[in-house]
Design a protein around this ligand. Structure first.
Ligand SMILES: NC(=O)c1ccc[n+]([C@@H]2O[C@H](COP(=O)([O-])OP(=O)(O)OC[C@H]3O[C@@H](n4cnc5c(N)ncnc54)[C@H](O)[C@@H]3O)[C@@H](O)[C@H]2O)c1
Length: 234
């Protein structure tokens, strides 16, 4: 048996227009999945859907039909410290990264329950386990919540054969992290906290998602797997 066999499965990837979401959607497609790519940005083969809008999620999921794999990847950041971030910005980050992720997980689980099972993989972050290298409280709060929501949903959905796990990347070069990668001082700080001395690319994160979504992980649920080059080992 191929431990990574996901052929013929239907996968939904949120935030799939670019970055980690696109790499994950591409890998699932190459692995034989039918992939529905959701994003707020219109584009080729994108279903436009704001994950923070419950009725849009419901409508889009109904359109997709059967869902075997959900990758909850859509995420945003507002890098402002606690004294400066506005209430509106705080709500926006939590609205996408936490509430949007929850709405998609619930929408998918309602379908997976009737189908006899499925796999959900959430995008957490090393910032869900640490106070980070600079103030980023809304993002850190949202990702910490994703780590524990992953456990809570894993327990609730286990009786239905639905596994729920997460991946926690360190800094990966995407549009989201452009301000970090273009700041040499900050990048040096990141590398000083990177024991392996090399940062993952989007494909490295996609491969961890594929592992958690597939049969190799059939007895794994409720965990968050760091793909962090050793960042959290300190
Ligand atoms: N890049 C990193 O270093 C890193 C590290 C840890 C975790 N992550 C997480 O990985 C995920 C992907 O990050 P990325 O770096 O590829 O970001 P990115 O900004 O390159 O891509 C995110 C995608 O999500 C989409 N999106 C944003 N809000 C949305 C919404 N409301 N509904 C639907 N789609 C929406 C964007 O349009 C974009 O296409 C995020 O959850 C992020 O927090 C990224």
């Amino acid at each position: 048996m191929d431990p990574f066999d996901v052929k013929g499965k239907t996968a939904v990837v949120t935030g799939a227009a670019q970055g980690i979401g696109k790499a994950t959607a591409d890998l699932l497609h190459q692995s034989g999945c039918m992939v529905a790519r959701l994003d707020v940005q219109a584009g080729e083969s994108i279903l436009v859907c704001d994950v923070a809008d419950e009725s849009a999620v419901e409508k889009t999921f109904k359109q997709i039909g059967k869902i075997d794999i959900l990758v909850n990847n859509a995420g945003i950041v507002v890098r402002k410290n606690a004294l400066e971030i506005t209430h509106e910005e705080w709500d926006k980050v939590l609205g996408v990264n936490l509430t949007g992720l929850f709405l998609c997980a619930r929408g998918a689980a309602r379908r997976m329950k009737d189908q006899g099972g499925g796999a959900i993989v959430n995008l957490a972050s090393i910032m869900g386990f640490s106070g980070g290298l600079f103030p980023n409280p809304a993002y850190q709060a949202s990702k910490g919540a994703v780590v524990n929501l992953t456990r809570a949903l894993a327990l609730e959905f286990a009786p239905f054969g639905i596994r729920v796990n997460a991946v926690a990347p360190t800094f990966v070069r995407t549009r989201l992290t452009a301000p970090v990668f273009s700041n040499p001082e900050l990048l040096k700080k990141v590398m000083d906290h990177t024991p392996l001395g090399v940062l993952p690319e989007v494909e490295d994160i996609a491969q961890a998602v594929l592992f958690l979504a597939g049969p190799a992980a059939r007895c794994i649920t409720g965990v968050t797997l760091p793909v962090d080059s050793g960042y959290l080992a300190r």
